[in-house]
Ligand binder design. Structure first.
Ligand SMILES: [Zn+2]
Length: 159
């Protein structure tokens, strides 16, 4: 169940995605939260540098591997504006992180990008459960998904 505290983390993810957009990057943001609700880390996409592995979920997974025990990782939750891509889902599972809650699904993102005429990415867009079947996943969250849609529309629209 997604309660008010969880919605707050998801709203922060959307804020981080908006910050990425303001910095000229793709609008994705994520927050890593410990079992007791403490925010341990947050990040947004940084692929504008040219390194397309700089996704926030990937950075948080590597941070978790370096700074948390296996038990702490398993009990933590990653909140994110958009469902993990296959690279990030794999990293999440390899480091043994816990639940994932996302605002918008990869399926929604694919539909939005197709609608905007964006060419298909070099890595196929697959749902997390196809990559990491053991991870508990919740989403999409319709109350916030339209905001994420709007950020992607702004990123890909000619200005
Ligand atoms: Zn990713």
């Amino acid at each position: 169940m997604i309660d008010e505290a969880e919605l707050r983390h998801l709203r922060r993810c959307v804020e981080l995605a908006a910050e990425a957009l303001e910095e000229g990057d793709e609008p994705f943001g994520s927050v890593l939260v410990a079992a007791d609700g403490t925010v341990l880390g947050e990040d947004h996409n940084r692929v504008a540098s040219g390194d397309h592995t700089r996704h926030p979920e990937f950075e948080l997974a590597r941070w978790a591997a370096a700074n948390m025990t296996p038990e702490e990782r398993a009990a933590a939750t990653v909140y994110t504006s958009g469902e993990h891509c296959p690279m990030c889902a794999a990293a999440h599972a390899w480091v043994g992180l816990g639940r994932i809650v996302y605002v918008s699904s990869s399926e929604q993102l694919s539909a939005w990008l197709a609608e905007l005429g964006v060419p298909a990415p070099p890595v196929r867009t697959l749902p997390i459960h196809e990559i990491a079947p053991g991870v508990v996943v919740e989403g999409p969250v319709p109350a916030l998904a339209e905001q994420v849609h709007d950020l992607h529309r702004r990123f890909h629209s000619p200005r």
